[in-house]
Design a protein around this ligand. Structure first.
Ligand code: SAM
Ligand code: DTB
Ligand code: SF4
Length: 365
């Protein structure tokens, strides 16, 4: 059985990434089979509970308020709407609901209290519950855990060096601080990144190095192919090649053997055969449903056809970890003097992002 290592070097990871693809896939498939049942794939459904109007400047993101994108903005959904969406996702075969909010960070306010009730409502359907709400304090993470949250998604997105090229309104260390708060609350960690933003293989391997230094390793690592969205600074990026995607999935599989590698955004840009190679190379999870947060995703029935063709089955909830216990009093108690989120780079801006935010809508038609 391959060892779980926290002492990988960048050179070792790059050597794996650069292997002849045919050898890389074979090795990754071996590691995958040692640690997981390769016929089971965990299926998650995304639900955007608050869309658009975000104060951050993430260069890939259609939800940043400063870019002129064509998304439909929405205030926070109701608990009832979320419950219905969870039931629908569950009956379609999803075992996890991941709720996303276009927030820089969570605040100890009425909206967060509602999110906690949403977590409890989804928990009551027996699905695994995941949230991605931006930065959180330790207390906020603990309240989410007490409401029945199973996983928190907070991506590091790229290497520390390349992160600065894409986002200026927060630093890499801010992301790592949130991941540490999530761990302190005994939640499972979901953290990965995006390829196709113009980063180098060294950056991709740098991201995997950061993830491999986390103790324990994240339970899940989403690998997103950039979806270039009109109006964002990265709108003109070329779609990442399938070979790069397979290479990244396989390298992640080998470096983090016990982690669930999620083949995430970018699947509409891939063929069935390309996705099959990703499953062979160690992808153990997908986002299903015809929408990610704001961009399209393959139709659920198409995914099930692909599963049938490959002999894959959706994984049952809580197969890799115990169902959390809810503590109503703990999650309903708001702290009196909530801790403030720290911001490590308050003066920093990125030219590319500033330029994109100044472009008038008419230039984009
Ligand atoms: N606001 C929260 C945050 O930033 O953590 C949660 C939502 S945010 C949209 C979740 C993740 O989606 C980002 O960290 C990024 O990795 C991914 N993402 C956003 N836009 C994307 C795009 N155009 N293509 C691929 N992945 C994207
Ligand atoms: C993740 O790594 N990918 C998902 C989920 N975590 C939240 C989000 C992908 C978003 C793609 C762009 C959009 O649909 O807005
Ligand atoms: Fe906001 Fe998250 Fe989008 Fe960044 S990725 S702009 S934090 S919603």
């Amino acid at each position: 059985m391959s060892e779980i290592r926290h002492n990988w070097t960048k050179e070792e990871i790059l050597e794996i990434y650069n292997r002849p693809l045919i050898d890389l896939i074979f090795e990754a498939a071996k590691v995958h089979r040692e640690h997981n049942d390769p016929k089971e794939v965990q299926v998650s459904t995304l639900l955007s509970i608050k869309t658009g109007g975000c104060s951050e400047d993430c260069g890939y993101c259609p939800q940043a308020a400063r870019y002129q994108t064509k998304i439909e903005k929405n205030d926070l959904l109701s608990v009832e709407d979320v419950r219905k969406a969870a039931e629908k996702a569950k009956s379609a075969g999803s075992s996890r609901l991941c709720m996303g909010a276009a927030w820089r960070n969570v605040k100890d306010n009425d909206e967060f209290d509602e999110v906690l009730d949403m977590v409890k409502a989804v928990y009551d359907t027996d699905m695994e519950v995941c949230c991605t709400l931006g930065m959180v304090t330790e207390n906020q993470a603990k309240r989410l855990a007490a409401a029945g949250l199973y996983a928190y998604n907070h991506n590091i997105d790229s290497s520390e060096e390349y992160y600065k090229e894409v986002i200026s309104t927060r630093g890499y260390e801010d992301r790592l601080e949130t991941l540490s708060n999530v761990r302190k609350a005994k939640l499972t960690v979901c953290s990965g990144g995006i390829i196709g933003m113009g980063e180098s293989p060294e950056d991709r391997c740098g991201m995997l190095l950061t993830l491999s230094c986390l103790t324990p390793h994240p339970e899940s690592v989403p690998i997103n192919g950039l979806v270039p969205v009109e109006g964002t600074p990265l709108e003109e990026q070329e779609i990442v090649s399938i070979w790069d995607m397979v290479r990244m999935i396989a390298t992640t599989r080998i470096v983090l053997p016990d982690t669930t590698v999620r083949l995430s955004a970018g699947r509409t840009q891939m063929t069935d055969e390309g996705q099959a190679l990703c499953f062979l190379a160690g992808a153990g999870s997908i986002f299903a449903g015809d929408k990610l947060l704001t961009t399209p995703n393959p139709d659920f029935n198409e995914d099930m056809k692909l599963f049938n063709a490959l002999g894959l089955t959706p994984k049952a909830p809580y197969k890799k970890g115990d169902k959390p216990k809810v503590d109503e009093e703990a999650y309903k108690t708001r702290p009196e003097n909530g801790e403030k989120i720290k911001w490590s780079r308050p003066e920093h801006t990125i030219d590319k992002n500033v330029e994109a935010s100044k472009k008038p809508k008419s230039e984009k038609a």
